[in-house]
Design a protein around this ligand. Structure first.
Ligand code: AP5
Ligand code: MG
Length: 230
């Protein structure tokens, strides 16, 4: 099954995607991470998009759609992708639909994590990410310690777009350009809205329960079709 994890900056898309891939055979694809790695190794694309990301604007649809095409066309990702932070515009929604159809796949579920605006800043300001193991922490809500993190402290870094001015722009961009696409998934009846203000584990328990139900259902319908043939 492919799924989308949706929400404003700091909603917990990356955190919950990490939790999901530890328990389900799924692959996380964060367009933000893909774009940041282009910047890190200073490819031509990376140089072109650095200021866009640091201003909290969206990178062009063409660029992200091309990155996503590479993922969907890869047989190793067949029907097992968590789209984290994609799609973010209605044009990206249509491009994703077209691509999935071309490669005989679909989106089974969209999780939307809703978060109060006043919490966004604190989540983003407190975030640190381990560049070695990719785990996401928060100095206020989920600090790294000897139990949850084995790498050395020197690997913990802040993102360059995690500053006060950019956060405001990122949030505004989300409200104006991205949030409206929820109507599309609501009309398809695959949208699950989750209160993202809850604790990390509480949110994950809800997501896990829903995914287990879908997995069981897929398994039951596969078994049914198989038994019909024998
Ligand atoms: P992206 O990297 O996707 O950033 P974002 O959407 O702003 O989301 P974040 O990664 O900041 O938040 P998150 O929801 O993943 O939260 P996290 O789990 O880390 O995109 C960056 C930029 O790339 C965009 O601005 C744009 O320029 C570009 N881009 C990306 N995709 C694009 C696209 N499709 N089209 C065009 N441009 C694109 O958690 C945040 C913090 O909160 C952490 O510290 C975590 O520990 C903590 N936390 C998480 N959950 C909880 C909880 N329940 N309680 C307490 N703390 C929590
Ligand atoms: Mg993220």
């Amino acid at each position: 099954m492919n799924l989308i994890i949706f929400g404003p900056p700091g909603a917990g898309k990356g955190t919950q995607s990490n939790n999901i891939i530890n328990n389900f055979d799924l692959k996380q694809v964060s367009t933000g991470d893909l774009l940041r790695s282009e910047i890190k190794i200073q490819t031509d694309l990376g140089k072109k998009i650095e200021s866009i990301i640091n201003n909290g604007e969206l990178v062009s649809d063409n660029i992200v759609n091309t990155l996503i095409r590479k993922i969907i066309s890869d047989p190793k990702s067949f029907n097992r992708v968590i789209f984290d932070g994609y799609p973010r515009t209605i044009s990206q929604v249509y491009s994703l639909e077209k691509l999935l159809k071309e490669f005989n796949q679909k989106i089974s579920i969209v999780f939307s994590l809703n978060l109060d605006k006043d919490i966004v800043s604190k989540r983003i300001n407190g975030r640190t990410i381990c560049t070695r193991c990719s785990r996401i922490f928060n100095v206020y809500f989920n600090p790294p310690n000897s139990k949850n993190h084995k790498c050395e402290k020197k690997y913990l870094e802040k993102r360059t777009d995690d500053n006060f001015k950019t956060i405001l722009n990122r949030y505004e961009t989300y409200v104006v350009k991205t949030k409206p696409i929820l109507d599309y998934y609501n009309s398809k009846k695959i949208l699950f809205e989750i209160d993202g203000n809850q604790k990390i584990d509480e949110i994950y328990d809800k997501i896990k329960g829903i995914l287990e139900n879908i997995r069981d259902w897929h398994y039951a319908s596969f078994l049914y079709k198989f038994l019909e043939k024998i």
